[in-house]
Design a protein around this ligand. Structure first.
Ligand code: NAG
Ligand code: NAG
Ligand code: NAG
Ligand code: NAG
Ligand code: NAG
Ligand code: NAG
Ligand code: NAG
Ligand code: NAG
Length: 484
């Protein structure tokens, strides 16, 4: 049971696994866990783990290429049209601008669950996977993406980045996004293009340990827009460690100081993909009426985590001892949840500046997988703005994640990787209709058609917002947790 939980958790954060393949057997698993956790603590002691004194966000160079201001006209359609799809069959390395290979698919048929079309796509991808030894589909390398994004003007034009706000409603409700990434710049770029709007703000956190060419690709992308930046403090994120939580916190410090007056922040990882257009996200989030959306449930069996690792630093051997003798500030009740959430600005301000919240961050520092408990606990803590004590496990709208062994109206179509469903095209008819903002996870090199079709659907709905109602009878839905 515990073993399973570990696997579950590990995957939850898009993971920074450095272990070789095939460690799924018990013994090896424990060894890996031990090595990773002890290296985490060694790192803890020797490096400056928490660096709260953040510098000012560096001023980005202003240029004519800078993102244009909103026009008072609010054009209904994206003037640049859909992102350039690429050309069919072009070898990715030979034409950098077409590194997103175009797959001949009737996406409308896919979303209507046309079994023949889905089977055809499956067969096509299977054949393609067999071409490589690794059984994965060739995607653009980080170097190719870095080269392509070097010339901002080309990059923005070829990929058809929107330059104007699409509606007054969206303009009045800017969003902030934090994207934690560590590999596959090509997939990160697709995600970024799919959520980019010129009036929002985007914070990238490339892992401090990821390779230089990956860093270069992400930095190039960020440098092409005034409203996109790389977080000023980058953590070397370690499994189940405090650094995972700090990565988001660091970016939030930058975000609250950014000139864009965002209303909510959504944090995601590079393997997520949106299921809603920007306008749809705005409508959904407005329906929360200032409340925070963060998974939070009671998991008494996980309480051992609050003494387990910290016992290296203290004499406590039992959870109860630590919780009783060194209770969290404000006696905050501990809950479990996940790292990907939709948080209001007021809530973030509170987390970064309130004395009790800052103490709670320190308190949770030495525990196991703090990101899984920090947001979940504060989300139900009465002093936190936008908190809500009564939610249950299912009341989460940020990310759709299909766990193995967890009931869902439709079983995973795709493959399980460390307990999480990596979706394939056949799951799109279902996933495209769930009430969540994002799906986690997609692997570009496993099923690129999922990304292509989802992007096509979102582009169509962005251009033609009435299409939303073909997918959801009532939007945004009225009967849900935030309504009470
Ligand atoms: C998107 O719109 C285009 C043009 O109208 C159409 O051909 C295509 O089937 C649509 N795709 C989806 C997924 O709705
Ligand atoms: C794609 O599929 C839709 C729905 O099944 C169908 O109406 C349309 O004609 C198809 N388009 C093409 C080009 O085959
Ligand atoms: C990237 O650009 C460098 C310098 O122009 C070039 O040497 C290299 O071949 C390019 N790599 C790819 C994969 O495009
Ligand atoms: C915002 O920037 C100022 C000036 O650099 C700094 O003093 C302040 O701590 C920052 N705020 C947050 C929440 O990081
Ligand atoms: C949020 O998710 C719940 C299911 O957990 C659903 O009932 C509700 O409609 C969703 N909210 C929105 C705004 O889509
Ligand atoms: C803290 O909360 C626990 C249970 O939630 C309770 O048993 C305990 O008495 C509280 N401690 C203080 C100091 O309020
Ligand atoms: C977290 O713990 C480490 C190791 O004890 C310590 O150096 C650091 O100051 C702590 N950070 C916070 C935010 O409490
Ligand atoms: C939420 O919990 C509070 C306190 O336990 C209770 O008074 C209230 O009725 C609950 N609200 C709902 C909608 O369940």
């Amino acid at each position: 049971m515990k073993h399973q939980n570990n696997i579950k958790k590990m995957d939850k954060r898009c993971l920074f696994r450095r272990s070789p393949r095939g460690v799924m057997i018990w013994g090896a698993w424990l060894t890996v866990t031990f090595v990773l956790t002890s290296s985490y603590f060694m790192a803890d002691k020797t490096s400056k783990l928490h660096r709260y004194t953040l510098e000012k966000i560096p001023l980005r160079k202003q240029s004519e290429e800078a993102v244009t201001r909103a026009s008072p006209q609010y054009p209904l359609t994206d003037p640049h049209g859909p992102p350039s799809a690429g050309t069919q069959g072009t070898k990715v390395e030979s034409r950098p601008e077409f590194y997103n290979r175009y797959w001949p698919v009737n996406c409308s048929a896919v979303f209507e669950e046309d079994v023949q079309e889905i089977a055809r796509v499956d067969a096509m991808l299977k054949k393609e996977r067999q071409k490589s030894k690794k059984g994965e589909i060739d995607i653009a390398s980080d170097t190719l993406v870095a080269n392509f994004t070097q010339n901002c003007e080309n990059y923005r034009t070829i990929r058809g980045f929107p330059t104007k706000v699409l509606s007054k409603e969206e303009e009045e409700f800017p969003l902030a996004f934090i994207i934690l990434t560590h590999k596959n710049a090509a997939q990160v770029e697709l995600l970024f293009r799919a959520i980019y709007q010129p009036h929002n703000v985007y914070a990238f956190h490339p892992d401090g340990n990821s390779p230089p060419e990956f860093q270069r690709a992400i930095r190039n992308m960020a440098s092409c827009f005034d409203n996109v930046f790389v977080c000023s403090k980058l953590e070397k994120v370690q499994y189940a460690g405090f650094t995972r939580l700090l990565a988001d916190i660091n970016c939030m410090h930058d975000l609250v100081n950014h000139s864009v007056q965002w209303k909510y922040v959504i944090n995601q990882c590079g393997e997520a993909f949106p299921l809603k257009t920007n306008l749809e996200m705005v409508k959904m989030i407005k329906a929360y009426h200032g409340r925070v959306d963060a998974e939070s449930y009671d998991a008494p069996h996980k309480l051992s985590r609050f003494h387990k690792l910290s016992s290296r630093y203290t004499s406590f051997t039992k959870t109860e001892d630590r919780l009783n003798r060194y209770p969290p500030p404000g006696n905050i009740t501990l809950h479990s949840g996940n790292a990907y959430n939709t948080l209001s600005r007021e809530f973030v301000d509170y987390v970064l500046t309130d004395k009790e919240a800052v103490q709670f961050l320190s308190w949770i520092n030495m525990t196991h997988s703090p990101d899984e408990h920090f947001w979940a606990s504060l989300r139900r803590y009465h002093n936190a703005p936008g908190s809500y004590p009564n939610i249950t496990h299912k009341d989460i709208n940020t990310s759709f994640v299909k766990w193995g062994g967890e009931k869902a109206s439709k079983e995973c179509v795709g493959k399980y990787v460390r307990g999480i469903c990596v979706i394939s095209t056949g799951y799109l008819p279902y996933v495209s209709r769930v009430p969540n903002l994002f799906v986690n996870k997609i692997h570009y090199s496993y099923d690129p058609v999922t990304l292509q079709c989802m992007q096509e659907l979102l582009t169509n709905r962005t251009r033609n917002p009435q299409l939303t109602l073909q997918y959801y009878k009532e939007f945004p839905p009225k009967r849900a947790w935030y309504w009470y």
